[in-house]
Design a protein around this ligand. Structure first.
Ligand SMILES: [Cu+2]
Length: 389
């Protein structure tokens, strides 16, 4: 059995229609902006719904047989991350070999990753990320009920809003169907090693992109919470908005193999999605804020001489590669990726996060790359790049 599961958070109005928050957009004089005679509203730079839907249904359940099922998960939420795990009704532990991650966006993983439990190994999915997952329901008693839970903080990872009784529940599996035939399938322990193109170990160039959260000072939003007007948040890449001209780093020679370093000085984790290419995630870690400040300015085209330190957390402490710490590359990120979670800077400002990826740009054209928090993308955290002979 192979089933797609599209996970999204939604809010609803009393009549059942979808609710999406919007606030008046104010101009520099404090009056609501008007375009073509109509008052302008703007969205928040993040949206979090208060219910969870799977394939369009709120908190659904699936009746299953006591056999292996293969699921293709997509986090299709606007802004919400999920750290998912299974909870057995009535208590009891989940066997580590009952839940195996075998692939992500670009294909299969070199080694299956157990993502069974909340304590040390949930399945973390940011908006835009996909997971190829096998659950073996034969490891549980007939009649068992498994709830897919979530305990990711919102905004991730530094937000105060820890998943609640509502957003902490995603769906259920109820093992109450008879076995329709013998399950002869095996859990694939080593699904597929990456096959890298020729020249992979000698990239021709390193491009550096700085993810920024800045304020607009001629556009304001009214905040109902505080009763005050605040500058509208603008997210930029190297100081550029979506419609700004291409930076030399955003031109790629056809078939070039290049590294991209994505730097994150904000407190949010940004799931950056690059169109066209599948890439390999090489490093995650931090940069000291002093090195970063010395090498950058808001309008910088490139950064050089910065002290990258892989597998170092927001306080400069070493972290174990492959661990759950967001400042290292996790085993679930070892396949071909399309979206990579870029770790945040520290809230003390001592260090900023970074990730380094490698890709081959093998098709001519102009493509997009953007934060897959859709509200960030719509607040300008999106850029084009061009591949040409
Ligand atoms: Cu973002």
């Amino acid at each position: 059995m192979r089933l797609p599961l599209v996970i999204q958070d939604r809010s609803f109005n009393k009549d059942g229609s979808l609710h999406y928050s919007a606030v008046p957009l104010l101009d520099a004089t404090g009056e609501q902006a008007v375009v073509n005679g109509k008052p302008v509203f703007t969205s928040y730079p993040e949206f979090f719904g208060n219910t969870i839907t799977v394939n369009g249904k709120v908190w659904p359940y699936l009746d299953v047989e006591p056999r292996k099922y293969r699921f293709r998960l997509l986090n299709g939420s606007d802004s919400r991350f999920y750290n998912m795990w299974l909870e057995l009704a009535g208590g009891g532990s989940i066997p580590a070999n009952a839940v195996g991650l075998i692939g992500n966006e670009g294909g299969l993983l070199p080694t299956m990753v157990s993502v069974a439990r909340s304590d040390d190994s949930g399945l973390l999915l940011s908006p835009g990320e996909r997971a190829d997952l096998i659950i073996d329901f034969s490891k549980f008693a007939a009649g068992a009920i498994l709830t897919v839970r979530n305990d990711a903080a919102t905004p991730y990872p530094n937000g105060d809003d820890v998943a609640s009784n509502t957003t902490g529940r995603i769906m259920q599996f109820r093992i109450n169907k008879p076995l329709s035939g013998t399950d002869t399938s095996q859990m694939p322990m080593n699904p597929k090693a990456a096959v890298r193109p020729a020249g992979w170990d000698t990239p021709s160039r390193t491009a550096t992109f700085d993810l920024q959260e800045t304020d607009e000072f001629d556009r304001f939003v009214y905040s109902p919470e505080t009763g005050t007007a605040l500058p509208r948040l603008m997210l930029r890449v190297n100081g550029r908005s979506f419609a700004d001209p291409l930076d030399p780093q955003e031109f790629h020679s056809l078939d070039a193999i290049e590294d991209w370093i994505l730097i994150n000085s904000t407190v949010d984790m940004h799931p950056m999605h690059i169109h066209l290419v599948h890439f390999e995630v090489l490093e995650k870690g931090t940069i000291s804020a002093d090195d970063y400040a010395a090498a950058t300015a808001l309008s910088m085209p490139t950064v050089s001489g910065i002290g990258l330190q892989p597998n170092v957390d927001e306080l400069g402490r070493p972290v174990t590669p492959g661990s759950e710490n967001p400042y290292t590359v996790h085993a679930s990120e070892l396949g071909w990726k399309e979206t990579v979670r870029v770790p945040p800077g520290s809230d003390t400002g001592l260090r900023v996060g970074y990730v380094k990826v490698r890709a081959k740009f093998d098709r001519v054209g102009t493509y997009m790359w953007h934060c897959h928090i859709l509200a960030h993308e719509e607040h300008e955290m999106m850029r084009p790049f061009t591949v040409a002979p």
